[in-house]
Design a protein around this ligand. Structure first.
Ligand code: HEC
Ligand code: HEC
Length: 220
């Protein structure tokens, strides 16, 4: 918590205001392979301080991704990637530290957050949503950008190692696509699932990225 205390004072205070809600949301299913229910609930609440009590994400000084409804396989993969130093090294916050949990805890948290379904956060610019939808469904053939729907599913809910993108926060999606080659797959001796997205992210213009991110942020 010391890590967050420094630069995350305001969001944390705001989220504390919603902590009764956190307990209700987090009161159900717990996997039996976690040391104790209390430890699991405490960890899930901790994740919620940054990612929102219902995993809806957080839009502030630094946009936090939505975790709600995320595919468990992808979710678990990303937690490992942070811990292994393959992802998130460029952030001032210590991604490896805040995301370090056991494999059993990763699975339990993935299940918990995967079941949540808050409304999309909203707030993205709306003028290029139609273009974003077209890119999502058809790609940009002249720039060798494939249809996103082919891997992320027509409803953008993802499957397996292909993440859900529906309802993801605009600022996070834009940042992720722009920084892909600096931020993901950073252990070049051990290529991971991020390699699939590298040519896609690198072939898109800034305008195409913002359009598709705006479209995705509206999807339920
Ligand atoms: C101090 C704030 C903070 C805490 C606490 C935190 N996270 Fe994160 N998390 C982030 C940020 C910031 C990112 C996005 C990094 C980026 O932009 O690539 C992230 C990314 C993720 C991702 C990848 C999302 C995606 O769509 O690729 C997952 C999964 C995740 N966090 C799960 C968790 C879990 C589970 C916990 C609790 C064990 C947790 N986080 C605790 C800040 C936090
Ligand atoms: C060939 C399959 C494929 C196609 C086509 C594809 N993606 Fe992906 N995408 C992936 C995979 C796999 C990942 C997970 C990468 C990882 O594990 O780091 C991913 C991850 C992402 C992420 C990161 C999600 C997060 O939560 O951080 C975004 C954003 C994204 N894709 C957007 C797009 C967009 C926009 C398009 C279309 C222009 C697209 N993708 C096309 C396979 C694909």
């Amino acid at each position: 918590m010391k890590v967050i205390a420094k630069s995350w004072g305001l969001p944390i205070l705001l989220l504390f205001a919603a902590s009764a809600d956190v307990r209700t949301v987090l009161a159900d299913d717990v996997r039996t392979n976690i040391a104790s229910r209390g430890a699991f609930e405490a960890k899930a609440q901790y994740c919620g301080y940054c990612h929102g009590p219902s995993g809806q994400g957080y839009r502030g000084y630094y946009t936090m991704p939505r975790l709600a409804g995320q595919q468990s396989e992808y979710f678990v993969n990303q937690l490992r990637a942070f811990t292994d130093g393959r992802r998130g090294n460029t952030f001032e916050m210590k991604m490896a530290r805040v995301h370090a949990v056991s494999q059993a805890m990763r699975l339990a948290l993935a299940t918990r957050f995967g079941k949540l379904n808050p409304r999309p956060f909203g707030g993205a610019p709306t003028e290029h949503v139609a273009l974003g939808k077209k890119i999502y469904e058809e790609g940009v053939p002249e720039a060798n950008v494939p249809a996103c729907a082919a891997c992320h599913a027509p409803d953008a809910k993802g499957a397996g190692t292909n993440p859900r993108l529906a309802g993801q926060l605009y600022g996070y999606t834009v940042r992720g696509l722009i920084n892909w080659s600096k931020d993901r797959g950073q252990d070049h001796a051990h290529p991971d699932t991020s390699a699939v997205m590298l040519p896609v992210a690198n072939s898109m213009s800034k305008q195409q990225i913002t359009a598709v991110a705006a479209y995705l942020s509206t999807l339920k």
